[in-house]
Ligand binder design. Structure first.
Ligand SMILES: Nc1nc2c(c(=O)[nH]1)N[C@H]1C(S)=C(S)[C@@H](COP(=O)(O)O)O[C@H]1N2
Ligand SMILES: [Mo]
Length: 328
């Protein structure tokens, strides 16, 4: 496997077009008709090497203007999934359980204005406007595989910032061990929430604090260089690429530091099928299907699922001494 790891600080002028950027830009070009080579350089924000690139988006949503190339890691068999697939084949039960329900029914959802509450065991709790919440962060592109527990996967060029930066800012207290996330409840705009037979709302997820602090964990605000489409969890969603997709909770309104392990939604509704950790593991089957292989959206043949979705080097140490076969 060809491994590509790029940290902000590793990107130099001489290699400003690494493969992952090329792959994603090629997709942008195919989608938008933009000409490759129209790469614009940022003005030097004093971040890392001071080289931000303008990521060309597909021109559907509002585009970001200054995005750093972030850490990315793709295998040679990984192609960035086309924008259309990423934004029309979704799981977002707040809008219905079908894969096409989110794109069909999230059009009237209003991701702005938006308030975020950060509370629980931290020194700086508060409720703030999304823009104030986002102000301190420099968005960067992170191209990650997304592996759903249903055994399909995609490669998504997210725009986001490290979750660890948020943890630092709100200063968890000594007895904070976990971080809990909650999705907005807005049945007027989210037709799936009008039925509690689908799921108990709000959708809840959580991470151990050391997982949240791992560099791979991000809060995403965009994809393909543009503001996150509603169906992908606008305006703010978690992305933890080494875990099954259901951990990557969408449309977050509340973030809480806790002492005890939060009860995440899928674990609460089907504890025999879904755990808290939900680490991608090809050797631990779902009670009703194998997790050894997956269907990459757009591919004909199935491929082998990688341990921790291919991110074992980055996150494996989080689970040292833990029996991954049991803690699914
Ligand atoms: N609030 C909320 N977040 C959610 C879900 C959901 O139903 N509600 N589905 C999860 C599942 S199962 C997956 S696979 C991913 C899908 O993300 P995507 O639609 O952006 O690919 O979102 C996750 N986040
Ligand atoms: Mo999923």
């Amino acid at each position: 496997m060809l491994i590509q790891v790029r940290k902000k600080s590793d990107i130099r002028g001489s290699e400003i077009t690494p493969k992952h950027a090329y792959l994603s830009r090629r997709n942008f070009v195919e989608k938008s008709g933009l000409i490759a080579g129209s790469l614009a350089m940022g003005s030097g924000l004093g971040i890392g090497p001071g080289e931000a690139k303008l990521v060309d988006g597909p021109g559907v949503n509002e585009a970001f203007s200054n995005i750093l190339e972030g850490y990315s890691k793709l295998g040679e068999d990984d192609q960035v999934t086309p924008y259309d697939a990423i934004t029309s084949y979704n799981n977002f039960y707040e809008f219905g359980t079908g894969k096409g329900d989110p794109v069909d029914h999230a059009g009237d959802f209003k991701p702005r204005p938006w308030k975020i509450t950060v509370d629980g065991k931290c020194a700086n709790p508060g409720t703030m406007d999304l823009d104030d919440f986002l102000k301190p962060y420099q968005p960067e592109e992170r191209i990650y595989r997304l592996r759903c527990v249903e055994a399909w996967s995609m490669v998504v060029p997210w725009i986001g910032f490290p979750l660890g930066d948020l943890v630092k800012r709100f200063e968890p207290l000594g007895d904070a061990r976990y971080i809990r996330f909650e999705t907005i409840v807005r049945p007027e705009e989210m037709r799936g929430q009008r039925s509690r037979r689908i799921l108990p709302w709000p959708y809840v997820e959580g991470l151990r604090l050391d997982e949240a602090n791992n560099d791979l964990a991000i809060l995403a605000i965009g994809l393909y260089g543009e503001v996150l489409p509603n169906q992908n969890g606008a305006p703010l969603r978690l992305v933890v690429p080494w875990k099954y997709g259901f951990k990557s909770i969408k449309s977050i309104v509340r973030i809480t530091f806790t002492k005890r392990m939060p009860k995440n939604t899928w674990n609460a509704v089907a504890p025999n099928e879904y755990g808290f950790y939900a680490n991608v593991n090809p050797r631990v089957d779902h009670p009703r299907w194998s997790q050894a292989r997956e269907r990459r959206i757009g591919d004909f043949l199935r491929r082998e699922t990688l341990m921790l979705n291919g991110y074992a080097e980055e996150v494996g140490n989080l689970y040292a001494g833990m029996d991954l076969a049991r803690k699914f």
